[in-house]
Write a protein of this length. Structure first.
Length: 145
């Protein structure tokens, strides 16, 4: 998860699918620091604080599920290039679910780069979920437990 609308949609899709097949979901939030060789991922504050990252991740989960977080959802905060982290996580997974576009920089050039790399290199099938589009005034769908 990266806080983008498509990552929220991907998490909802993964939870719905896990509910259907009796599986579990591992939600992963990763971050990368800019390297000395150049920009390699989402830029983070130089005063990055792991506790703040945990709080932000918890807030994102509340944005997706409200107070109805599924019991079969596990969460992980992992430092590293997001595509590499997800590709490693795919090694023991049945499927990898990613959003179609994240919060990376260089708008057009980089949109979807993590999902594209995951689709090319993951050790399991990859589902790429687009951002949800809801008609104005419609109720937000919440997964049922």
């Amino acid at each position: 998860m990266d806080g983008s609308p498509s990552s929220y949609a991907a998490l909802r899709w993964a939870v719905d699918y896990a509910r259907l097949v009796g599986g579990k979901v591992e939600a992963i939030h990763s971050w990368d620091t800019p390297s000395s060789a150049g920009w390699t991922g989402p830029a983070i504050d130089p005063d990055f604080d792991l506790q703040q990252a945990r709080e932000r991740f918890a807030e994102e989960l509340r944005d997706v599920f409200g107070d109805e977080r599924p019991a079969f959802l596990e969460t992980y905060l992992v430092e590293g290039d997001p595509s590499e982290v997800l590709i490693r996580a795919s090694e023991g997974a049945e499927i990898l679910v990613v959003g179609s576009r994240g919060r990376g920089g260089f708008a057009r050039a980089m949109l979807g780069s993590v999902s594209q790399r995951c689709a090319q290199h993951a050790a399991c099938p990859v589902v790429v979920v687009r951002q949800e589009h809801r008609p104005e005034g419609s109720a937000e769908r919440r997964p049922e437990d």
